[in-house]
Design a protein around this ligand. Structure first.
Ligand code: CU
Length: 170
């Protein structure tokens, strides 16, 4: 469990133990919970950090931020929880090298339909999943790159504006 989660739990405990559990406070607590960035992440026994990233029909990833540790082996599963076809609402996960201009990359990706919207011979991609449609899921396993903050995006045409986040290696 990460520090931020622990302090969040502590805060909850303090709020709860104050005893003034009016309905207002309950609602407040719930909304805090909802706004808490959820990192569906766990360290498996074999030392592989598993990440579950979902994408939906509203062009949203469930995670804005993914944190791993340098040297981790990462198993990332991308799950499309929508219903739309891959040709209409395809999603992928593309982890970009630092200094990559996201918008420039995305526009080159648009032209690479035949290559799953990954520009051919690009040096900007560290790793990526295949493009999937509603109801599908796909996994990749890779070694976390060196410490730093990386961008991840969905490279389906038009998705990058909403579907991007930070991949943080600590
Ligand atoms: Cu997408």
């Amino acid at each position: 469990m990460k520090l931020s989660n622990i302090s969040f739990l502590l805060l909850l405990l303090i709020v709860t133990s104050c005893g003034n559990s009016t309905d207002d406070k309950k609602e407040e607590k719930q909304s805090i919970k909802i706004n808490q960035p959820t990192s569906e992440q766990q360290e498996a026994e074999d030392g592989v950090t598993e990440i579950l990233l979902t994408g939906n029909d509203q062009m949203r990833f469930n995670l804005k931020q993914i944190k791993v540790k340098a040297g981790d082996k990462v198993k990332l599963t991308l799950k499309h929880i929508g219903e739309l076809d891959v040709n209409v609402m395809g999603h992928n996960f593309v982890l970009l090298e630092p200094e990559t201009n996201i918008n420039d990359f995305a526009s080159r990706a648009v032209a690479a339909k035949d290559n799953d919207y990954i520009p051919e011979n690009t040096e900007n991609v560290i790793v990526h999943t295949k493009m999937i449609g509603g109801g599908e899921q796909t996994s990749i396993t890779f070694d976390a790159p060196k410490k730093g903050v990386y961008d991840f995006i969905c490279s389906f045409p038009g998705h990058v504006a909403l579907m991007q986040g930070k991949f943080i290696v600590e």
